[in-house]
Design a protein around this ligand. Structure first.
Ligand SMILES: [Zn+2]
Length: 420
């Protein structure tokens, strides 16, 4: 009897190419049910954790203190937002991991669940146990609260990280910050690099890249879709230089500054063969369409781009790009959590359109290990269902599907990022 693809995918080891695991959150022992909802995509159902261009005052709800607790706060997620896919996945995950004996969170069982979550979070071994249960061997994290963190040192052997470049695209003035509050001038202090001129600043980019290995950083991460448009074209270095040192440059000067820096970093990544992760879709929704990034990808054919989230909701445009530009790989992260139905349809199409089997990778894209466990389990389930359907329809043979499954879950990422 040939093993069903669905059960085959459930057992494979995973190389998780994208998380936001960081010490501030993973190391916090005071975590209960409400914190797990707020510090997950569940929280995004209540408040967007990044400001739109029209908004000024902003506090990331993920790091704000949460209320005193009570069923009303739980019901806000599991009832008021109970139809949302992030919430469905969290409920399924928490009732499974914490073994509450029921598959829903109710007025009768939530306190028991909360107590159990608190007990396990006081145990230093819990996170590792959850990741083992999820069969995740390696993790690339994006610790955006401290972009120069050595995640391997701080979080353990399973981890390495990417260097988030957002702050670098905003570094015209010591007080200019990205949407996470990071400052490029603080990076300069951290690495002991003096910044007296724009040329010093350009030189710092090379120093940052040359020291990535010391921090166990194995790629760059561009999440600028949360800060600005991802159109980095019309690179104008003269205009960028005009922004240098100004507290309040013009919008044109700001864009030019970011364009020059991102273009420069892509060039350096190509020369050094460092992977370049990039958030596409959603975020600042008017500027995050994948076609905006086509110019950057086109100008840097030697740079290996790992484009994220199936560019939700524009996966067909992304597949069009990935067929044309052969320096594109796809990270399926987040898209399955956002919309499982969309994910399955897009995966069917991606398998058919992409030029070879090396192009797809997975991750969780979460803050707590519980949601990571749930995200990876969900992806296993959906990938298994899609592959089984492809076999049933005669698209390819079970051996072809199993080979592709192994590649998507871990082998592609190992090859793309290299062995540790
Ligand atoms: Zn992410």
């Amino acid at each position: 009897m040939i093993q069903d693809l669905r059960s085959y995918v459930l057992d494979l080891p995973v190389f998780d190419v994208h998380e936001h695991h960081m010490p501030e959150i993973l190391g916090n022992q005071d975590v209960g049910l409400i914190e797990l909802f707020w510090q997950s995509y569940g929280g995004w159902t209540q408040a967007r954790p990044y400001p739109l261009a029209s908004e000024t005052h902003f506090e990331d709800p993920m790091f704000a203190s949460v209320g005193g607790g009570g069923w009303e706060e739980v019901a806000r997620f599991v009832e008021h937002s109970g139809s949302n896919a992030f919430i469905r996945n969290l409920i399924r995950t928490l009732t499974d991991l914490y073994d509450v004996g029921e598959d829903s969170i109710t007025p009768d069982n939530w306190e028991r669940l909360d107590t159990e979550i608190r007990r396990r979070h006081r145990d230093g071994a819990w996170q590792s146990e959850v990741l083992d249960r999820a069969r995740i061997d390696r993790i690339i994290t994006d610790p955006f609260n401290d972009p120069l963190l050595d995640a391997h040192e701080a979080l353990g052997e399973r981890y390495c990280s990417v260097l988030r470049i957002n702050a670098l695209a905003f570094g015209w003035h010591p007080e200019s910050l990205d949407h996470n509050g990071n400052s490029a001038h603080r990076f300069a202090q951290q690495i002991g690099h003096r910044l007296d001129s724009f040329d010093d600043y350009l030189a710092m980019l090379e120093v940052l890249m040359d020291t990535m290995g010391e921090r166990h950083q194995i790629g760059l991460k561009n999440a600028l879709a949360y800060d600005r448009s991802i159109n980095f074209d019309d690179v104008d270095e003269e205009l960028a230089r005009q922004a240098w040192g100004q507290r309040d440059p013009t919008p044109e000067q700001r864009k030019a500054f970011g364009d020059v820096i991102v273009d420069r970093l892509c060039g350096l990544a190509g020369e050094r063969d460092v992977p370049f992760q990039m958030h596409l879709g959603s975020a600042q929704i008017r500027g995050s369409h994948p076609m905006n990034a086509a110019g950057l990808i086109d100008r840097h054919p030697k740079t290996r781009f790992l484009l994220m989230h199936l560019a939700f909701p524009w996966s067909r445009d992304l597949l069009g790009l990935a067929f044309v530009y052969r320096n594109i790989w796809l990270d399926l992260t987040w898209s399955a959590l956002l919309c499982p139905t969309y994910f399955k349809q897009s995966l069917h199409e991606a398998i058919e359109v992409l030029p070879d089997e090396s192009r797809l990778m997975i991750g969780g894209d979460n803050w707590h290990v519980e949601e990571t466990y749930g995200a990876i389990h969900l992806m296993r389930r959906l990938i298994g269902e899609v592959l089984q359907k492809k076999v049933d329809s005669g698209y390819f043979k079970p051996d072809d599907a199993r080979r592709l499954a192994r590649k998507i879950l871990s082998e592609n990422a190992s090859q793309f990022f290299g062995e540790p």
